[in-house]
Design a protein around this ligand. Structure first.
Ligand SMILES: Nc1ncnc2c1ncn2[C@@H]1O[C@H](COP(=O)(O)OP(=O)(O)OP(=O)(O)O)[C@@H](O)[C@H]1O
Length: 275
């Protein structure tokens, strides 16, 4: 695995012809998780929506499996790429299974008969997101974490090789955030899906990303492994915040702490460790 599935080349993205990001180069590979991080309003959603084919690029090109995005029919695109926006709305009273069934419209259209392949994909999507026990529950009766798993199952039922998730952990408590990210990891590792995920939490980016892409200052300011990218200088440049980057001795994951927190409170890591 590690075939390149989605490529953005010299991409300019923005709204109404006004660029937000210029000259973006991006690759999403089978089996890998690429995490986009950056300050509020820097253009992460605009970039994701553009590579998902929902916003026209101002310049440059996006290809999926070597074919220009603009030349793919809507249904073909949905079979290759699934996108979960920051917020989604469903009709009142819809059950989880009904929602997930919507994901199959990409393959069969709204009016066509349901096939065995549809049923198999729906069960797979419910299963891989641990949403099967929720399948007969109404979406509007679920907790935020359960609902997010249901939405994830819906886009997975498309059976696309590229999955784009815009802040999938927003509004979730810490345990549910990690549960959703564990599902994303499973999708990449076990099912070879190329995942592009916007996250705000740099520690989660460090723990889950194969590649971190920093979006700031109207373009991409850094990209590489978490070790290469999550450095005090890169983070300061993007977020305007001095941090210390430390490695958790047990897990090996990187974590960032603002330099000023110790100075403000008089409590540093050593003090916390002693208590
Ligand atoms: N529909 C729109 N029309 C015009 N401008 C927009 C539109 N959506 C977003 N913008 C602008 O584009 C810029 C980038 O917004 P975007 O939502 O892509 O940022 P973001 O990095 O995803 O932010 P956040 O982290 O806060 O979600 C912002 O200046 C925003 O005001």
């Amino acid at each position: 695995m590690n075939d390149v599935r989605l490529v953005a080349n010299g991409l300019d993205v923005g709204h109404a012809g006004r660029p937000v990001l210029k000259q973006v180069d991006l690759e999403l590979r089978s089996g890998a998780i690429t995490v986009l991080v950056g300050p509020n309003g820097c253009g992460k959603s605009t970039l994701l929506r553009t590579v998902a084919g929902l916003l026209p690029p101002i310049g440059g090109e996006v290809t999926i499996d070597g074919e220009p995005l603009g030349r793919l029919a809507r249904r073909t695109l949905s079979q290759r790429l699934a996108f979960l926006p920051q917020t989604s709305h469903a009709p009142a009273g819809v059950t989880v299974r009904e929602l997930v069934r919507h994901g199959r419209y990409a393959h069969r259209g709204a009016l066509a008969r349901h096939t065995g392949e549809d049923a198999e994909s729906i069960e797979w999507a419910l299963d891989v997101t641990d949403a099967a026990p929720l399948s007969d529950r109404r979406l509007d009766e679920l907790s935020g974490g359960e609902r997010q798993r249901a939405w994830l199952a819906m886009v997975l039922a498309q059976r696309a090789g590229v999955l784009l998730l815009d802040e999938p952990t927003t509004y979730l408590d810490m345990r549910h955030q990690f549960e959703v990210l564990d599902v994303v990891r499973r999708l990449a590792r076990e099912h070879g899906i190329a995942c592009g995920v916007v996250l705000h939490d740099l520690m989660q980016a460090a723990a889950y990303a194969d590649e971190v892409v920093v979006v700031a200052e109207g373009g991409i300011t850094a990209s590489g492994t978490p070790e290469e990218v999550l450095t005090p200088d890169v983070i300061d440049r993007a977020f305007g915040l001095r941090v210390n980057v430390v490695r958790d001795p047990r897990t090996g994951y990187l974590a960032c702490f603002p330099e000023r927190s110790g100075a403000d409170t008089g409590a540093g890591a050593a003090t916390i460790a002693e208590s």
